[in-house]
Design a protein around this ligand. Structure first.
Ligand SMILES: Cc1cc2nc3c(=O)[nH]c(=O)nc-3n(C[C@H](O)[C@H](O)[C@H](O)COP(=O)(O)O)c2cc1C
Length: 373
């Protein structure tokens, strides 16, 4: 190995668990599960091909209740019957030597109506998403329903423990339900769940508390992480100073890690903090030593990963880079970093083990992946 990349290969210890290196596979939805929510052989092959390099693999998101299903082919974590399916995925990842973390999720207003029971799309308030695809004006959740969804995150955590995962990651990012409650653009409530910044944080914090409670019952070390998106473009949306306040609260929750969601690790602050600085640096500075932070975003080369770590984060997640180059970690480890593929080889679907639904989504979205025009 080229010595300068050694920092990527140091072990990292969470409070109660050690991972073999600093590279994490980012959670990526793959559209590969069956309509009933069970994982498929194709999906296991796709993960198996990518799990022998990174120290930790975070799965695609799984829904905790039926009205949280946000994607066709999303796998289910909403009922005990799914435990064998969840277990097959955990076994595949762990069998290759990585820690397996299940990402748990509710899509809220981003759920396509045809994927949720009776087309009943729910959110904090009746504010329609501006994302592409079929979206409808969501129905604001009642207080009772909010409490049920909070409980469902705890129940899915229990299932993750039974299925053998090493942890769960709460999906509070990318505009889904937890973020919809936190954002002033999508949460117009005037009850205990909205109105002020503190009240908008209440739902995500209640989910964290419920998940922690379930995780404490594990008979072995079990990680709980939280993923967040630091800024929204909308006028009333989340600003960096809102996020710094959220991080202060999350830092008190005894979480194992915080995981930012960014498309570029060196992207600059938009508003609400110093706009000349990178978001990752500002976030790492605020969180400090309290909780480990995972950075992410357009890491394709070994140099990119080192640069991301220069902001002070101990761990770096790679998403698209591991679809394009399943042997990313091994190539760096063996001094072959110059052989890393950084653009998708459009002729290499079989070699890369990217089954059809995911492959088609990628190749039909120009600009999403390097090499796809
Ligand atoms: C195909 C695909 C699916 C994704 N699905 C999820 C997901 O289920 N949960 C999540 O938190 N982020 C998801 N993301 C975002 C990634 O985790 C990551 O933050 C983003 O792709 C930037 O990292 P990268 O440049 O290394 O790909 C997805 C990204 C891609 C490309």
């Amino acid at each position: 190995m080229n010595e300068k990349f050694q920092p990527l290969f140091e072990e990292f210890s969470f409070k109660n668990m050690t991972v073999k290196n600093r590279i994490v596979m980012a959670p990526m939805t793959n559209f590969l599960s069956k309509p009933d929510g069970t994982v498929t052989e194709n999906e296991l092959n796709y993960y198996g091909r990518r799990s022998d390099g990174p120290g930790m693999v975070i799965t695609a998101c799984t829904y905790t209740v039926p009205n949280g299903k946000g994607f066709p082919g999303e796998f289910a974590g909403d009922r005990d019957e799914m435990i064998p399916s969840l277990k097959s995925l955990a076994d595949t990842i762990k069998g290759k030597g990585a820690k397996a973390v299940l990402q748990i999720f509710h899509g809220g207003r981003e759920c396509p109506p045809n994927l949720v029971p009776d087309g009943d799309v729910v959110s904090a308030s009746d504010v329609k998403s501006s994302q592409a695809g079929e979206r409808k004006v969501p129905r604001p959740l009642t207080g009772e329903e909010i409490n049920e969804i909070i409980k469902s995150f705890g129940e899915t955590t229990r299932r993750a423990i039974e299925a053998g995962y090493d942890g769960v990651e709460i999906h509070g990012a990318n505009g889904y339900l937890l973020q919809q409650f936190f954002s002033g653009e999508s949460n117009l409530r005037n009850d205990e769940w909205g109105g002020s910044l503190e009240k908008r944080m209440k739902f995500p914090m209640a989910v964290v508390d419920e998940v922690k409670k379930a995780a404490e019952k594990a008979d072995r070390p079990f990680l709980v992480g939280y993923r967040f998106s630091p800024e929204e473009p909308y006028e009333n949306g989340i600003t960096m100073d809102d996020t710094l306040a959220l991080l202060d609260e999350l830092s008190k929750k005894d979480l194992d890690y915080l995981h930012v969601s960014l498309m570029e690790y060196d992207s600059k602050v938009r508003r609400g903090a110093d706009i000349d600085r990178s978001r990752l640096e500002v976030i790492q500075e605020r969180v400090g030593e309290k909780v480990p932070v995972i950075g992410v975003g357009s890491v394709y080369t070994a140099e990119d990963a080192l640069n991301a770590m220069e902001s002070g984060v101990p761990l770096v997640a790679i998403g698209r880079g591991l679809i394009i180059e399943p042997d990313w970690v091994q190539k760096v480890e063996n001094g072959r970093e110059n052989e890393i593929e950084t653009e998708l080889d459009l002729e290499a679907q079989d070699r890369l083990v990217v089954p059809d639904p995911l492959w088609n989504a990628i190749v039909n979205s120009p600009g999403w992946f390097p090499g796809v025009k």
